[in-house]
Design a protein around this ligand. Structure first.
Ligand code: AN7
Length: 366
């Protein structure tokens, strides 16, 4: 019989805080590929996979949390959803608001959003507010707005966001047959690392501080273990590495240009309870990792996503990758969102040739 993936709420219904008759707003998110990355395996001595979250409907992992946050909004009186964003959350919120018949308002740091993400918010009809400030300023404004006006906040401080996002960990276990030894991911506002940790714990029959709804311990465990969680921040936006907020975060990876993550405590819990760590990588390492994944694995990711790959390679060089370990790196967003950064610094020779096969063959040195 034909099967169509139903989106993460229906696929993982029994582990999410929704009733059978609750409305579900979905664009078919989740079910993303877990792709073996031999080029990373050979460099690290481990068995490395990438979880390609850029395959989600709006091109990032945010859709997993937006289906659950926006579905829950339908239970309230709110007709407008709002978020602060470095780009991907706003793209996702705008699209899911359309699907739900709601309006959206997105609060963005002026001039620091990748062109593709801005285009998404615009075409989905979001009301845009550009702030002369950074993401942390935008989140403060979004929180205050939603506290004072009939507007629902759909940033990851809304606990329904992490509920949807935890399904990515379920998918990894379902694909591998058990949890990996190590899970690596980029860290910005720190919601995703917290959500994965919750998902891995619940699949192993444990709960975390972020768990809600039916207790995971009522369901039979699916995984026999939990992975170490390795988080990676950008060098100039690494509050969790430094142990204090960064007032003026800077990085080429605008998605993770965040100085005071909302899920700070949950991320520390994920790191410490899993015996993992959170490190930082330079912009150069991020861009090199992005180029490597595109040229040697065949997956085009955005710079923020490449932090996870850069962090893994840095750990390998430092001898911190156990031989033969199974490692999953989440690559959080699609490279097509920010082609300007991917192409910057490249020598693009696009001088046209005459329209003959011979000229094409000459140009190709055939
Ligand atoms: C591609 O869109 O914060 O640590 O406002 O877009 O869960 O915040 C995006 C974050 C990683 C970091 N990779 O995840 C936003 C926003 C990409 C991202 C992160 C983001 P969190």
């Amino acid at each position: 019989m034909a099967h169509q993936w139903q989106g993460v709420i229906r696929e993982y219904h029994e582990r999410l805080p929704f009733g059978a008759d609750d409305p579900v707003v979905t664009l078919g998110e989740g079910g993303t590929p877990l792709v073996p990355a031999p080029a990373l395996s050979s460099r690290t001595g481990a068995k490395v996979y990438v979880k390609v979250e850029g395959m989600n409907p709006t091109g990032s992992f945010k859709d997993r949390g937006m289906t659950s946050a926006i579905s829950q909004v339908l239970h309230s009186d709110a007709k407008i959803v709002a978020c602060a964003s470095t780009g991907n959350t706003s793209a996702s919120a705008a699209a899911y608001a359309v699907a739900a018949g709601l309006s959206s308002a997105v609060i963005l740091p002026a001039g620091k959003i990748a062109a593709g993400k801005l285009a998404q918010a615009i075409v989905h009809g979001a009301n845009l507010v550009a702030v002369d400030g950074n993401f942390d300023d935008c989140l403060r404004i979004a929180r205050e707005l939603t506290a004072n006006y009939p507007v629902a906040l759909v940033n990851s401080v809304n606990p329904y966001r992490l509920q949807g996002q935890k399904t990515a960990a379920f998918e990894v276990v379902d694909a591998l047959g058990d949890a990996p030894d190590i899970h690596v991911l980029p860290v910005g506002n720190a919601g995703n690392i917290s959500a994965y940790w919750m998902g891995y714990c619940e699949y192993a029959g444990r709960t975390t501080a972020a768990s809600m709804g039916r207790s995971a311990t009522e369901l039979a465990p699916v995984a026999s273990k939990v992975p170490q969680m390795w988080g990676v921040q950008a060098w100039g936006a690494a509050p969790l590495v430094l142990g204090h907020p960064v007032e003026k975060p800077e990085t080429v990876a605008t998605a993770i240009r965040i100085g005071n993550p909302a899920s700070w405590k949950l991320a520390e819990e994920a790191r410490d309870d899993s015996q993992g760590w959170i490190d930082r990588v330079t912009d150069e390492e991020i861009l090199a990792a992005q180029a490597l994944l595109a040229a040697q694995v065949g997956v085009f990711i955005e710079p923020g996503s490449a932090a996870s790959i850069a962090g893994l390679l840095k750990a390998a060089e430092a001898g911190k990758v156990p031989e033969g370990a199974t490692i999953v790196c989440t690559v959080t967003g699609n490279g097509l969102k920010d082609t300007a950064t991917a192409l910057s610094g490249r020598d693009l020779d696009i001088t046209p040739i005459e329209a003959t096969t011979e000229a094409a063959a000459r140009a190709l040195d055939l």
